[in-house]
Write a protein that binds this ligand. Structure first.
Ligand SMILES: N[C@@H](CCC(=O)N[C@@H](CS)C(=O)NCC(=O)O)C(=O)O
Length: 219
C-alpha cells in the first residue's frame, strides 16, 4: 500500500493527503517529521511530504500529485484540456510559493512558537505579514469565480493546493475576513464542507487542542 510520510499540521502533507483522499487511493499516513532519519533517507532535502509506492520514493507534493495522476488516473485532479490545466498548475504553483510565504508567518507566530517552542509571538513579524497577506488574498479574490472551483468545473490540484495553505492560515490567524475577501471565505468554507476535508480538518483541530492543553499544563 502507498505510504505517505509526514505529519498532520504540515501544509504540504495536508495537500497530498487531500489529493489521495479525493482520488480514493488507499494509503497509510506514517508520522515522520521533517528532518527525521526516515524522511532524510527518502527525501534528499529532508522535507515532508514524501511517499513510497511501487518500490520508489517520490518527494515533493507537486511531483507526488503529478505521479498520482499517471499511476492512479481515476478521479483526476488535472483538467484534461490545455487551458484549464495551465490555470490549475499556475494556481498550484502560486499557492505553494507566494500564498505560502504570505500566510506562514501567522502559523509560525501564533501556533509554532507559542505551542511547540514555548516562545512568544514576534509582533513585528506579524505586522510585516499583513501587506503580503493582503496582496495574496486580493489576487485570489480577483481570480476565483463567485462559486465553485478555482480552475474548471470540478475539484483540481489548484483547490487542493490553495485550500491546504488557507487551512494553515486559519489555524494561525482565525477565519478569513469575509467582509474583505467574500469569495475567498466562501471558497474555503465550501472546500471544508467536503467530507474528506472536514475529516482532516477535525483531526488537525484535535491535534491543536491537545498541543494547547499540553502547553497550558506545562510549567
Ligand atoms: N516544495 C515542497 C515543500 C515541502 C515543505 O516545505 N515542507 C515543510 C513542511 S510543511 C518542510 O518539510 N519544512 C522543513 C524544511 O523546509 O526543511 C513540497 O511541495 O513538498
Amino acid at each position: 500500500m502507498l505510504v505517505l510520510y509526514g505529519i498532520n499540521l504540515s501544509t504540504f502533507t495536508r495537500k497530498v493527503r487531500l489529493a489521495l483522499l479525493e482520488k480514493g487511493i488507499p494509503h497509510r499516513l506514517e508520522i515522520a517529521p521533517m528532518g527525521s532519519p526516515k524522511v532524510k533517507a527518502l527525501h534528499p532535502l529532508g522535507k515532508i511530504p514524501v511517499i513510497q509506492d511501487q518500490g520508489i520514493a517520490v518527494p515533493d507534493s507537486s511531483v507526488i500529485i503529478a505521479y498520482l495522476e499517471r499511476a492512479y488516473p481515476d478521479r483526476p485532479l488535472y483538467p484534461a484540456a490545455a487551458v484549464p490545466l495551465a490555470r490549475a498548475l499556475w494556481l498550484e504553483e502560486y499557492a505553494d510559493t507566494r500564498l505560502r510565504e504570505a500566510t506562514l508567518p501567522y502559523f509560525s507566530e501564533h501556533v509554532v512558537k507559542p505551542l511547540f517552542q514555548g516562545k512568544p509571538a514576534d509582533e513585528a513579524a506579524l505586522a510585516a505579514a499583513a501587506g503580503p497577506r493582503d496582496e495574496a488574498f486580493n489576487y485570489l479574490e480577483s481570480e476565483l469565480p463567485p462559486n465553485g472551483y478555482a480552475a474548471g468545473e470540478s475539484l483540481t490540484v489548484a483547490d487542493v493546493a490553495i485550500g491546504a495553505q488557507l487551512v494553515t492560515y486559519c489555524q494561525g490567524a482565525g477565519a478569513i475576513d469575509a467582509s474583505r475577501w467574500p469569495k475567498l471565505a466562501r471558497y474555503l468554507a465550501a472546500l471544508l464542507a467536503r467530507p474528506h476535508w472536514s475529516e482532516v480538518h477535525r483531526e488537525e483541530e484535535s491535534a491543536l487542542e491537545a498541543a494547547r492543553a499540553r502547553r497550558k499544563g506545562s510549567p
